[in-house]
Design a binder for this molecule. Structure first.
Ligand SMILES: [Fe+2]
Length: 289
């Protein structure tokens, strides 16, 4: 009796299944690496008849959720930002990471950003979670670098003799300071606003209207694109502050005449978990009427 088992050759169908599985795994690995290393640039135009001519062609780069990435990635990111030839850089929160805090990286990143264009920064949840000593060092680094940190403040931006106003808020509520500062301002042009949390878009739009501005352009971050996205859609799995299947994941959103440009962010907090969701910076060119 022959006890040796004879190996059955794989059927054509089984071979095809194995090939499909291997290709799927390979594509998955390639996408995982791409989503956690490549930096996309999303370009937008903001056209508004009420923009002053002096701002026609002005370019704003929005950088969010850097999470003190550091290393060679930092230089790659700075080169991407520089290539957009920005007039302004908006740093829209979570430049630091409160779990793996590297203030030396925050310092070096801000210094490099200021070397490209004037920078305006608001806090995100990670900045808010720093200890008071870390916060002091963070703010001192920003001050030394020449970054304007906005905490419920309005500042004028001037270009070619014209002025636009920029609001920076680091948390919801407590707009009394902003309301007080807005009273004396000319409100004929659109308002620019930076705020980390996109889930506050509707409230901020209402606040901007009650301040007396006819239209507003808001820049946000925080959602990290929903982390795991369905390709060619804006559907993401989860976002902090919004939970599962978040409403806001990335791109442009509208509330009446107000618009939000939401960046998917250019870093991760801790282990990379992005899929079909590469890092991103936003560049927005203003177009006057
Ligand atoms: Fe955040």
């Amino acid at each position: 009796m022959n006890s040796e088992k004879t190996k059955k050759p794989l059927s054509r169908r089984s071979k095809a299944h194995l090939i499909i599985l291997a290709v799927t795994i390979l594509l998955f690995i390639i996408e995982l690496v791409r989503s956690n290393s490549y930096i996309e640039v999303e370009s937008f135009e903001y056209k508004n008849d009420k923009l002053p001519q002096g701002f026609d062609g002005a370019r704003i780069v929005s950088v969010t959720d850097y999470h003190n990435h550091g290393g060679t990635y930092e230089d790659k990111l700075i080169e991407k930002i520089k290539a957009q030839k920005p007039d302004y850089i908006f740093l829209v929160g979570d430049i630091i990471d409160s779990t793996f805090t590297k203030l030396d990286v925050q310092k070096s990143f801000l210094e490099k950003c200021v070397g490209v264009a004037p920078c305006y920064l608001v806090f995100g949840n990670h900045e808010q979670r720093l200890s008071s000593e870390q916060k002091s060092e963070y703010l001192e680094n920003a001050k030394q670098a020449g970054v304007t940190v906005l905490d419920n403040e309005i500042v004028p931006l001037t270009r070619n003799g014209d002025t636009l106003y920029l609001v920076g808020t680091s948390s919801m509520g407590g707009f009394t300071d902003v309301e007080e500062q807005a009273k004396a301002l000319d409100k004929s042009a659109p308002l620019l606003w930076i705020h980390h949390y996109p889930e506050n878009f509707k409230e901020i739009s209402q606040e901007s209207q009650s301040l007396g501005f006819g239209s507003m352009l808001l820049f946000c971050g925080h959602a990290h694109g929903g982390l795991i996205r369905i390709p060619f859609t804006r559907i993401g799995a989860v976002a902090p502050g919004q939970g599962l299947l978040p409403e806001y994941t990335g791109g442009e959103y509208f509330e009446g005449d107000d618009e939000m440009l939401l960046s998917r962010g250019c870093g991760n907090s801790g282990v990379s978990r992005r899929l079909f969701d590469p890092f991103e910076i936003i560049v927005c060119e203003l177009k006057a009427g």
